[in-house]
Design a protein around this ligand. Structure first.
Ligand SMILES: Cc1cc2nc3c(=O)[nH]c(=O)nc-3n(C[C@H](O)[C@H](O)[C@H](O)COP(=O)(O)O)c2cc1C
Length: 365
């Protein structure tokens, strides 16, 4: 790491790995956070995360539907190698969603190819330790949205796998982007506020005598938000929307441009075929989905374990819509975002984002 960003923020320990900056760049699929973004964040001292979902679609390994799963594994290995070349000593993670068909294969591929960290949500990753057991240095971070889920993860992993999470990412479904871990009708419930859930989980972990860092995620944008999260007892933050409008974000330029100059009201909730709500930028695609329903529905990747599009011929093909988005297709793409969408004003280098967050004079007086 050349010229480290000076900060008074404490480093973040994830199993045997230490990130100088307690900031995890949240995984963003499909290929919004690949090697380029993850490598840049890790090089500056944060935790850079490659989103593993459907990575193969934009790789040379994918030519036909039957190539899909193999292509995902080969593409993830390539992305990890490229991120590591950018940040040889950085902390590099992979996001492996539980809801995807090849969750196990992607977790195994991540660990085998040198991921320092695996972050796993969109379902509870109850069996994750089994997939990575030959790689004890690979830190495992489940994503939870409630105290109940945090307790369940600790108990289950303790009993079944004789290990505990290396950290817990606590994600607020009322502000985060992408798939949200609660039912649509539960969105808006203040019971999920990080101001409540983070202190509750921190107190539970302390009462059990567990030394497990808690990471706050969802709606975190500036240094004041980070300081606030630390005051709740968190040891770090995970931020995604903030990293979209960066030079290094792996998506097409047209994708990034769509996030600039927006208003809070430009954010919509869509019903994903995964059976979860998702938060996205309001777009032509969403208008058609909510109107005449004229959107791509052909299953071309078999990407989800449970899929309302493939199994019940409802909703839309999410792999197609997210893949179109990262290529900059403004008509057919689905553009995930957190509620902070309206705060993106320009496209800047990752280093500038991290300096803004970490330099101590970046705090608002
Ligand atoms: C474009 C986009 C794609 C996302 N894709 C994933 C994903 O593939 N897997 C996942 O677990 N979370 C995903 N998320 C959630 C983020 O990793 C993160 O936890 C969340 O957005 C944090 O809130 P913030 O965006 O307000 O910082 C995505 C978020 C966005 C904005």
């Amino acid at each position: 790491m050349n010229n480290p960003i000076p900060t008074s923020l404490a480093p973040l320990k994830l199993g045997p790995h230490v990130a100088r900056l307690p900031i995890i760049q949240g995984g963003m699929g499909i290929k919004v956070s690949g090697a380029r973004l993850a490598g840049a964040v890790a090089k500056e001292g944060g935790v850079g995360v490659i989103a593993s979902v459907a990575l193969g679609l934009s790789s040379p390994y994918y030519k036909k539907k039957s190539d899909y799963f193999k292509a995902n594994q080969l593409a993830l290995a390539d992305e990890l190698k490229a991120a590591r070349a950018t940040a040889p000593d950085g902390v590099i993670g992979v996001n492996c969603m539980v809801a995807i068909t090849d969750h196990e294969a992607m977790a195994r591929t991540a660990a085998e190819n040198g991921a320092n960290v695996i972050i796993s949500g969109a379902g509870l990753p109850l069996n994750l330790p089994t997939y990575t057991k030959d790689f004890p240095d690979c830190a495992l971070l489940p994503i939870v949205s409630s105290m109940k889920a945090a307790r369940l993860m600790c108990r289950r992993w303790g009993n079944t796998h004789k290990r505990l999470p290396d950290a817990l990412v606590v994600e607020d479904p009322n502000t985060a982007g992408g798939h949200l871990g609660v039912k649509r009708q539960d969105l808006g419930d203040p019971a999920y506020d990080l101001s409540r859930v983070v202190p509750e989980i921190v107190a539970y972990l302390e009462s059990e005598g567990y030394d497990i860092p808690v990471i706050g995620a969802g709606g975190i944008w500036d240094r004041d938000d980070i300081d606030q999260m630390m005051a709740y007892g968190a040891s770090g933050v995970q931020m995604a929307t903030r990293f979209i409008c960066t030079d290094e974000c792996d998506a097409a330029d047209a994708f990034k441009q769509l996030y600039l100059g927006r208003k809070p009201a430009d954010v919509s909730i869509v019903d994903s075929p995964a059976g979860l709500p998702g938060r996205a930028v309001h777009s032509d695609f969403i208008d058609r989905l909510d109107g005449d329903g004229e959107v791509a529905m052909q299953c071309f990747a078999n990407c989800l374990r449970k899929c309302l599009c493939r199994d019940d011929k409802e909703t839309f093909c999410i792999a197609y819509a997210l893949d179109r988005a990262q290529r900059g297709d403004l008509a057919d793409g689905l553009f995930f975002t957190g509620t902070n969408l309206y705060r993106s004003t320009e496209i800047v280098p990752v280093r500038k984002v991290l300096e803004t967050l970490c330099l101590d004079d970046s705090r608002v007086a």
